[in-house]
Design a protein around this ligand. Sequence first.
Ligand code: PHE
Ligand code: NA
Length: 452
Amino acid sequence: MERIKQHAIWGHKGTFVLAATGSAVGLGNIWKFPYITGENGGGAFVLMYLVFIAMIGVPVMIAEVVLGRHGRANPVDSVRKMAQQSRVSPHWNLIGALGVLTAFLILSFYSVVAGWALDYMSTAVQGGFSGWNGESASAAFDALLADPTRLMLWQTVFIGLTVLVVAFGVTRGLETAVRVLMPLLFVLLLLLLGYAVVAGDFAQGLHFMFDFNVSDLSWQGASIALGHAFFTLSLAMGAIMAYGSYMPGKASIGKMVLTVAVLDTLVALVAGLAMFPIVFATPGISPGDGPGLMFVSLPVAFGSMPGGVVFGAAFFVLVTLAAWSSTISLLEPCVAYITERFGLKRYTANGLIAGSAWLLGIGSVLSFNHWADFTGLFGMNVFGFLDFVTQRVMLPLGGLAMALFVGWVARRELLRHELRQESERQFELWLTLLKYLCPPALLLILIGGFWA
Ligand code: PHE
Ligand code: NA
């Protein structure tokens, strides 16, 4: 423990909100949320998602920030400190270790998908998607996935960008990056929304996202919505805990967490509102197009619309920035852990972890081509397996463990002290949700995830 160095603190009061929003807003909002909404019936799914964010996501996020700020260390040592001061076994810190490991695994394949966005950005900038139709767009996407060299090139560029920011450290690297990236991201998103209003079928997009049919509610939809609520808020991966550990003591955790959750939700909704009108206005493509919605359907739409070259490019710049601020938050907790725990220099730890994630990422790259037929991992290829294990198993498991630990095991006075800016009623409401609602709900997605 004596090796733990002076732990950094954000230089500005509001940086936690920007950094955590940067972590939260990512491929989950722009790529995944619209297509799972499309696949699961629209309005009913959106409603369940919103309820889960508010009732389960927010309480767990508060718990995670409380652990980080109380511990003022990397996720592993932060949880250990809470355990020791609550006079229970220090091995509860396995929760932190699980988070760091999950972050590392996600980093490895998230960078590969983010690389696709970089590739599309370069296509868009070089003349856009003009003339693309459904067939040629699918062919273009398949051609990208079939080419391991091209995939690796963009994966490498993307990891490089992430390493660059993390190397500069918490205040000079992370803080500077999010202060520039986040406002830019919001401007781009609003621009695209404006474009959807003008060029797309906005009314139909609105109906699709907010018309609510009771018959569209389903258990599978609920399980997917709850899993996504966790993923989209970056929970249970050490990321939010690490960012919380840099938060100044005076800041109100409840207020900041609520702001992050609202911003993340807004971005997902606006991303949907920017994409569906365009999808509806283009013949031959539909909201249920699945994972290809962003990489196949949308380019077709951009390719056939006035101003599509500029807005298509802007869109993929947006996706790249959003993914970038997310991978930064995946790398940071791993680097913090290795530097503080094993006394490695920041540069060394950064290179070591990013290099390993890059290497493991090649397994995901090859899953789309040379190794596509290898399904030796419980019937899945490397990419499918990592995606499944992290999102369907490790994430709900980590969330469950955290809700149990903070809700039932940690000493109440310690929690109250971190949440001293909140009123007694707010505190009680939070603790009640965390103790009684979160664990059964998380158990349900953990188990339900194996059926869906
Ligand atoms: N929340 C991010 C998204 O929605 C994904 C992510 C998870 C990023 C965990 C960092 C940590 O895309
Ligand atoms: Na998100």
